[in-house]
Design a binder for this molecule. Sequence first.
Ligand code: AP5
Ligand code: MG
Length: 189
Amino acid sequence: MLNIALFGPPGSGKGTQSKKLLEKYHLVYISTGDILREQIAQQTALGLQAKQLIDKGHLVPDELVVKLLEEKMDNNPKADGFLFDGFPRTFEQAGILEDLLSKRNMSLSGMISLEVPEKELTERLLQRAKTQGRSDDTKEVIEARFKEYASKTMPVIDFYKGLNKYHPINGVGTLDEIFARIQQVIDNL
Ligand code: AP5
Ligand code: MG
Protein backbone atom coordinates (compact mmCIF):
# COMPACT_ATOMS: atom_id res chain seq x y z
CA MET A 1 0.00 0.00 0.00
CA LEU A 2 1.24 3.44 -0.94
CA ASN A 3 0.46 6.54 1.14
CA ILE A 4 2.16 9.69 -0.05
CA ALA A 5 2.19 13.25 1.27
CA LEU A 6 3.07 15.76 -1.43
CA PHE A 7 4.57 18.74 0.34
CA GLY A 8 5.85 22.15 -0.66
CA PRO A 9 5.24 25.89 -0.52
CA PRO A 10 2.38 27.66 -2.31
CA GLY A 11 2.83 27.26 -6.07
CA SER A 12 5.38 24.45 -5.86
CA GLY A 13 3.27 22.17 -8.07
CA LYS A 14 1.51 19.92 -5.55
CA GLY A 15 -1.80 20.02 -7.39
CA THR A 16 -0.19 19.71 -10.82
CA GLN A 17 1.94 16.71 -9.91
CA SER A 18 -0.93 15.10 -7.97
CA LYS A 19 -2.90 14.86 -11.21
CA LYS A 20 -0.04 12.99 -12.84
CA LEU A 21 0.38 10.68 -9.84
CA LEU A 22 -3.31 9.80 -9.87
CA GLU A 23 -3.06 8.79 -13.54
CA LYS A 24 -0.40 6.27 -12.62
CA TYR A 25 -1.18 5.08 -9.10
CA HIS A 26 -4.51 3.93 -7.73
CA LEU A 27 -4.77 6.33 -4.80
CA VAL A 28 -7.53 8.33 -3.15
CA TYR A 29 -6.69 12.03 -3.49
CA ILE A 30 -7.11 14.29 -0.48
CA SER A 31 -6.30 17.95 -1.04
CA THR A 32 -7.29 19.94 2.04
CA GLY A 33 -7.13 23.17 0.01
CA ASP A 34 -9.62 21.78 -2.54
CA ILE A 35 -11.91 20.47 0.22
CA LEU A 36 -11.87 23.88 1.94
CA ARG A 37 -12.65 25.65 -1.36
CA GLU A 38 -15.60 23.26 -1.85
CA GLN A 39 -16.87 24.18 1.62
CA ILE A 40 -16.55 27.87 0.71
CA ALA A 41 -18.42 27.35 -2.56
CA GLN A 42 -21.22 25.55 -0.68
CA GLN A 43 -21.25 28.36 1.89
CA THR A 44 -21.21 25.98 4.85
CA ALA A 45 -20.51 27.43 8.32
CA LEU A 46 -17.08 25.85 8.19
CA GLY A 47 -16.49 27.28 4.72
CA LEU A 48 -17.37 30.79 5.84
CA GLN A 49 -14.98 30.50 8.78
CA ALA A 50 -12.23 29.15 6.53
CA LYS A 51 -12.69 31.87 3.91
CA GLN A 52 -11.84 34.62 6.36
CA LEU A 53 -8.48 32.97 7.03
CA ILE A 54 -7.66 31.74 3.51
CA ASP A 55 -8.27 35.20 2.06
CA LYS A 56 -5.65 36.57 4.46
CA GLY A 57 -3.19 33.80 3.61
CA HIS A 58 -3.46 32.27 7.08
CA LEU A 59 -3.77 28.59 7.87
CA VAL A 60 -7.14 27.21 8.96
CA PRO A 61 -7.14 25.74 12.52
CA ASP A 62 -5.93 22.15 12.76
CA GLU A 63 -9.18 20.82 14.23
CA LEU A 64 -11.27 22.06 11.29
CA VAL A 65 -8.94 20.63 8.68
CA VAL A 66 -8.51 17.34 10.51
CA LYS A 67 -12.28 16.91 10.74
CA LEU A 68 -12.62 17.27 6.96
CA LEU A 69 -9.66 14.99 6.30
CA GLU A 70 -10.98 12.26 8.58
CA GLU A 71 -14.39 12.44 6.89
CA LYS A 72 -12.76 11.92 3.52
CA MET A 73 -10.72 8.97 4.80
CA ASP A 74 -13.80 7.39 6.37
CA ASN A 75 -15.70 7.78 3.10
CA ASN A 76 -13.03 5.68 1.39
CA PRO A 77 -12.60 2.62 3.65
CA LYS A 78 -11.44 0.43 0.78
CA ALA A 79 -8.73 2.78 -0.46
CA ASP A 80 -5.52 1.12 -1.65
CA GLY A 81 -3.70 4.19 -0.42
CA PHE A 82 -3.97 7.96 -0.14
CA LEU A 83 -2.30 10.91 -1.81
CA PHE A 84 -2.29 13.88 0.57
CA ASP A 85 -1.84 17.32 -1.03
CA GLY A 86 -1.33 20.22 1.36
CA PHE A 87 -1.61 18.09 4.48
CA PRO A 88 0.10 17.95 6.95
CA ARG A 89 0.91 21.63 7.19
CA THR A 90 1.77 21.97 10.87
CA PHE A 91 3.89 19.82 13.17
CA GLU A 92 0.68 18.91 15.04
CA GLN A 93 -1.06 17.80 11.83
CA ALA A 94 1.89 15.53 11.05
CA GLY A 95 1.46 13.75 14.38
CA ILE A 96 -2.30 13.50 13.83
CA LEU A 97 -1.80 11.96 10.39
CA GLU A 98 0.46 9.27 11.87
CA ASP A 99 -2.33 8.41 14.34
CA LEU A 100 -5.12 8.48 11.74
CA LEU A 101 -3.18 6.12 9.48
CA SER A 102 -2.06 3.74 12.22
CA LYS A 103 -5.66 3.48 13.50
CA ARG A 104 -6.45 2.12 10.03
CA ASN A 105 -3.41 -0.20 10.02
CA MET A 106 -1.58 2.01 7.53
CA SER A 107 1.42 4.29 7.60
CA LEU A 108 2.82 7.06 5.47
CA SER A 109 5.21 5.62 2.88
CA GLY A 110 6.96 8.95 2.38
CA MET A 111 6.72 12.70 2.32
CA ILE A 112 7.87 14.16 -0.99
CA SER A 113 8.84 17.80 -0.79
CA LEU A 114 8.88 19.98 -3.92
CA GLU A 115 11.65 22.58 -3.62
CA VAL A 116 11.22 25.74 -5.66
CA PRO A 117 12.80 29.19 -5.09
CA GLU A 118 10.42 31.87 -3.87
CA LYS A 119 10.90 34.09 -6.92
CA GLU A 120 9.65 31.34 -9.23
CA LEU A 121 6.75 30.53 -6.88
CA THR A 122 5.58 34.13 -6.98
CA GLU A 123 5.80 34.24 -10.78
CA ARG A 124 3.79 31.01 -11.10
CA LEU A 125 1.06 32.17 -8.72
CA LEU A 126 0.72 35.61 -10.29
CA GLN A 127 0.53 33.95 -13.68
CA ARG A 128 -2.18 31.58 -12.39
CA ALA A 129 -4.08 34.57 -10.96
CA LYS A 130 -4.62 35.83 -14.52
CA THR A 131 -6.55 32.72 -15.54
CA GLN A 132 -7.97 31.01 -12.46
CA GLY A 133 -9.00 33.81 -10.11
CA ARG A 134 -8.20 32.11 -6.82
CA SER A 135 -8.94 34.72 -4.17
CA ASP A 136 -5.62 34.07 -2.39
CA ASP A 137 -3.45 34.62 -5.49
CA THR A 138 -2.80 38.32 -4.98
CA LYS A 139 0.69 39.68 -4.33
CA GLU A 140 -0.14 40.61 -0.75
CA VAL A 141 -1.80 37.32 0.15
CA ILE A 142 0.91 35.28 -1.58
CA GLU A 143 3.47 36.95 0.70
CA ALA A 144 1.36 36.12 3.75
CA ARG A 145 1.12 32.48 2.59
CA PHE A 146 4.93 32.30 2.29
CA LYS A 147 5.32 33.68 5.83
CA GLU A 148 2.82 31.15 7.17
CA TYR A 149 4.67 28.39 5.30
CA ALA A 150 8.04 29.42 6.79
CA SER A 151 6.82 29.71 10.37
CA LYS A 152 4.20 26.95 10.70
CA THR A 153 4.71 24.50 7.86
CA MET A 154 8.49 24.13 7.52
CA PRO A 155 8.70 22.40 10.95
CA VAL A 156 6.86 19.47 9.32
CA ILE A 157 10.14 18.74 7.51
CA ASP A 158 11.87 17.97 10.82
CA PHE A 159 9.03 15.66 11.81
CA TYR A 160 9.58 13.47 8.74
CA LYS A 161 13.38 13.75 8.87
CA GLY A 162 13.07 12.15 12.29
CA LEU A 163 11.13 9.26 10.75
CA ASN A 164 13.43 8.96 7.71
CA LYS A 165 10.47 9.74 5.48
CA TYR A 166 11.56 13.11 4.13
CA HIS A 167 12.36 13.11 0.40
CA PRO A 168 13.19 16.54 -1.05
CA ILE A 169 13.22 16.89 -4.81
CA ASN A 170 14.02 19.74 -7.18
CA GLY A 171 10.63 21.20 -8.16
CA VAL A 172 12.00 23.32 -11.01
CA GLY A 173 11.82 21.96 -14.55
CA THR A 174 9.22 20.65 -16.94
CA LEU A 175 6.20 18.80 -15.52
CA ASP A 176 7.56 15.51 -16.89
CA GLU A 177 11.03 16.04 -15.46
CA ILE A 178 9.60 16.69 -12.02
CA PHE A 179 7.22 13.76 -12.29
CA ALA A 180 10.16 11.48 -13.17
CA ARG A 181 11.95 12.64 -10.00
CA ILE A 182 8.88 11.89 -7.91
CA GLN A 183 8.51 8.46 -9.49
CA GLN A 184 12.13 7.67 -8.73
CA VAL A 185 11.50 8.41 -5.04
CA ILE A 186 8.34 6.27 -5.03
CA ASP A 187 10.11 3.38 -6.73
CA ASN A 188 12.70 3.39 -3.94
CA LEU A 189 10.23 3.53 -1.04
P1 AP5 B 1 -3.76 25.03 -0.91
O1 AP5 B 1 -4.87 24.94 -1.84
O2 AP5 B 1 -3.10 23.78 -0.47
O3 AP5 B 1 -2.70 26.04 -1.52
P2 AP5 B 1 -1.12 26.19 -1.46
O4 AP5 B 1 -0.41 25.25 -0.57
O5 AP5 B 1 -0.90 27.63 -1.20
O6 AP5 B 1 -0.63 25.76 -2.84
P3 AP5 B 1 -1.26 26.01 -4.28
O7 AP5 B 1 -2.45 25.16 -4.45
O8 AP5 B 1 -1.38 27.46 -4.55
O9 AP5 B 1 -0.02 25.52 -5.15
P4 AP5 B 1 0.38 24.03 -5.58
O10 AP5 B 1 1.61 23.64 -4.83
O11 AP5 B 1 -0.77 23.11 -5.57
O12 AP5 B 1 0.86 24.34 -7.05
P5 AP5 B 1 0.05 24.14 -8.45
O13 AP5 B 1 0.22 22.76 -8.92
O14 AP5 B 1 -1.32 24.69 -8.32
O15 AP5 B 1 -4.22 25.80 0.39
C1 AP5 B 1 -4.93 27.00 0.29
C2 AP5 B 1 -5.26 27.53 1.67
O16 AP5 B 1 -6.12 26.61 2.35
C3 AP5 B 1 -4.06 27.70 2.62
O17 AP5 B 1 -3.45 28.95 2.47
C4 AP5 B 1 -4.73 27.55 3.98
O18 AP5 B 1 -5.38 28.72 4.35
C5 AP5 B 1 -5.79 26.50 3.73
N1 AP5 B 1 -5.31 25.13 4.00
C6 AP5 B 1 -5.16 24.12 3.10
N2 AP5 B 1 -4.70 23.02 3.68
C7 AP5 B 1 -4.56 23.33 5.00
C8 AP5 B 1 -4.09 22.60 6.12
N3 AP5 B 1 -3.68 21.32 6.01
N4 AP5 B 1 -4.07 23.22 7.33
C9 AP5 B 1 -4.49 24.50 7.45
N5 AP5 B 1 -4.92 25.25 6.43
C10 AP5 B 1 -4.96 24.67 5.21
O19 AP5 B 1 0.94 25.08 -9.37
C11 AP5 B 1 0.88 26.48 -9.23
C12 AP5 B 1 0.95 27.13 -10.62
O20 AP5 B 1 2.21 26.85 -11.19
C13 AP5 B 1 -0.09 26.57 -11.59
O21 AP5 B 1 -0.56 27.59 -12.40
C14 AP5 B 1 0.69 25.54 -12.41
O22 AP5 B 1 0.18 25.40 -13.71
C15 AP5 B 1 2.09 26.13 -12.42
N6 AP5 B 1 3.14 25.11 -12.43
C16 AP5 B 1 3.14 23.91 -11.79
N7 AP5 B 1 4.27 23.25 -12.01
C17 AP5 B 1 5.04 24.05 -12.79
C18 AP5 B 1 6.34 23.91 -13.35
N8 AP5 B 1 7.08 22.81 -13.16
N9 AP5 B 1 6.83 24.93 -14.09
C19 AP5 B 1 6.09 26.06 -14.30
N10 AP5 B 1 4.84 26.23 -13.79
C20 AP5 B 1 4.33 25.25 -13.05
MG1 MG C 1 -2.75 23.19 -4.82
